[in-house]
Design a binder for this molecule. Sequence first.
Ligand SMILES: C[S@@+](CC[C@H](N)C(=O)[O-])C[C@H]1O[C@@H](n2cnc3c(N)ncnc32)[C@H](O)[C@@H]1O
Length: 277
Amino acid sequence: MAEFHDLAELALNSEGQSWGNLGYWQNADNYSDACRALALMLGEQSGLDRHAIVFDAGFGCGDQLLVWLEHFHIAGLHGINLSHSQTRFAKAKLSNAGFEAEASAIVEGDINDPDLWSTTLDGARPTHVLALDCAYHFPSRLAFFRLAQHHLSCAGKLALSDFMLAEQHDTGSWAHRMLGWMLHRSHIAEDNMVHRDRYLRELQDSGFEDVRIIDISDHVMPGFAHAMRKLGRERAASSATLPWSSLIKYRVTGWFLAWAYRRSILRYCLVSARKAR
Ligand SMILES: C[S@@+](CC[C@H](N)C(=O)[O-])C[C@H]1O[C@@H](n2cnc3c(N)ncnc32)[C@H](O)[C@@H]1O
């Protein structure tokens, strides 16, 4: 059966890379470098170190798992990803890099399934729960916050790169109806798109404190949109392997994010919070 999250993004990447996020474009001029830069920012923002036990929600094709293991030298890894094809790909990626035990500690499934957290963690308490460019895709971000809080170790960290509604965005406007159409098309629950004050309240009500929200939209949304426009031109100029259906999907997403940025509808942020004592 066709999956919404599959291996299509491989065609956007440089040789050997398989990222699928929006990227951090300040000093990057290709898609894979921008995606890795976003992962590095998230790892730094969450304070990963040699003692960290990471639970990665929505790990894509596994490139970020290698960043946690090889760049931050974390002590342990668990993870859940909804996508069958990506989970299989990520397991192979970890095994090929010599991380056999870690490959068996990442599983396929829905992050909103409480039983899956328990079986995946099997009594372990992660020091860090990470969600790189994916929490807005979850059936309920709020339910994810609560599960993360429940399973994190004492004073453990939750860190995400995520969308929220821009401060001035009016949910009664025509632009909001347009946003609703695009969210539906992108399999994103409308309840996941909230203003910053509600995002903050949801974290606090779920049992988190020391919340930091850093707006990085300027180096994410226009950069991704520009890369997707370029992709279209490159596809036209060469015999690129990207199928037309994927090209159209990425072009529309890039156009939409440029519009949502220009019109101050969405903001893209790095979020971190500590489990309250
Ligand atoms: C935009 S991609 C980001 C992938 C990866 N984090 C990266 O940076 O390359 C979103 C990811 O979230 C995963 N995802 C979406 N819904 C999920 C769910 N309910 N449970 C677990 N993972 C989910 C998808 O399978 C996909 O890997």
